[in-house]
Design a protein around this ligand. Structure first.
Ligand SMILES: Nc1nc2c(ncn2[C@@H]2O[C@H](COP(=O)(O)OP(=O)(O)OP(=O)(O)O)[C@@H](O)[C@H]2O)c(=O)[nH]1
Ligand SMILES: [Mg+2]
Length: 298
């Protein structure tokens, strides 16, 4: 008699404050970059699905926008997307930046909202002294967490232990994605995200939050090359000048960096075209929400 090998598969939500390192950890678990990362808060705006295999277990990772007190529509939609992901998951990872200011009220409130089972992941341990780490770990001593991990997602320190724990916690199930899948994101949205990452990295003001990138055309030519046309929407005329830069130098640098990465990610020659457009109040327009899968009515 033959036995089929039992496969496991489940959904894991990564939750935490903005900039805690959720996307960095998602990428570290997947082993490839599937979610954009920058030093600025609110980089991730919508749910991003990364997929990783560990032995016979497929782990579907939901990277989410940070949890914070939302003020405007887009922020409400982002926070809602994070909590929705947590609700659907088989396991939750609550990720904290141990190097940052530790807001006890925030931690308590988030813990109170998180359903079980969840684990706590203390990230960026490369930035603090062991005494501070111990103090933080003590804070979670009586929480309902299954376990507290101390890692550096950036330096890939401790990540294997987290992967191991997640894989063990997944339920018996067929895999939901083919074996070689590492992400579930439409190519147009992925392309827009990559450009947005380069945009944030090039701009130093508050401006990144006032922009959104939209892929208008994604054409594959006979020879396999792809032409991608995108619009960088900004909220005001003055912001357009900032994105363009002196004689268009900044948008050129953004274009070159994004094109280079897209060529690698899509594994084909990419011709990227960027247009900067003023779209007043884009955060109040429903198109943006439909494109990114956020709830306009949040
Ligand atoms: N030193 C150090 N930096 C880290 C570590 N993990 C992430 N970072 C950095 O922290 C910053 C934020 O990382 P992200 O992964 O974008 O954080 P996030 O939680 O996804 O942020 P949002 O999407 O804005 O909510 C980036 O500059 C990362 O390089 C770590 O273990 N150590
Ligand atoms: Mg992120």
């Amino acid at each position: 008699m033959t036995h089929a090998i039992e496969t496991k598969c489940g959904v894991v939500a990564l939750i935490g404050a903005p900039n805690a390192g959720k996307s960095t950890l998602t990428n570290a678990i997947v082993g490839e970059k599937v979610s954009i990362v920058t030093h600025k808060v609110q980089t991730t705006r919508q749910r991003v699905t990364g997929i990783a295999l560990h032995g016979q277990t497929q782990m579907i990772l939901l990277d989410t926008p940070g949890i914070f007190k939302p003020k405007v529509r887009m922020e409400r939609a982002m926070v809602e997307a994070a909590f929705d992901a947590a609700k659907d998951a088989d396991l939750r990872l609550f990720i904290l930046d141990v190097g940052g200011r530790l807001d006890e009220v925030f931690m308590q409130e988030t813990l109170a909202m998180l359903q079980s089972p969840f684990i706590i992941v203390l990230n960026k341990i490369d930035t603090v002294a062991p005494e501070k780490l111990l103090k933080i770990a003590t804070f979670f001593k009586d929480s309902k967490a299954e376990k507290v991990f101390m890692i550096s997602a950036l330096k890939n320190d401790g990540v294997q232990d987290v992967i191991h724990f997640i894989a063990n916690a997944m339920p018996l199930s067929p895999w939901l994605y083919p074996e070689d899948y590492i992400a579930d994101i439409p190519e147009r949205l992925l392309a827009a995200e990559i450009t947005r990452e380069k945009l944030i990295l090039q701009l130093h003001q508050e401006l990144p939050y006032e922009t959104y990138v939209e892929t208008e055309a994604f054409e594959v030519f006979q020879n396999g090359d792809v032409k991608i046309s995108q619009v960088i929407n900004v909220a005001k005329e003055g912001q357009k000048a900032i994105v363009l830069g002196h004689k268009g130098a900044r948008v050129k640098a953004i274009r070159e960096a994004a094109q280079k990465e897209l060529t690698v990610v899509l594994d084909r020659k990419v011709h990227l075209f960027l247009h900067v457009k003023v779209t007043e109040n884009w955060q109040e327009k429903s198109d943006f929400y439909h494109l990114t899968g956020l709830n306009y009515k949040a």
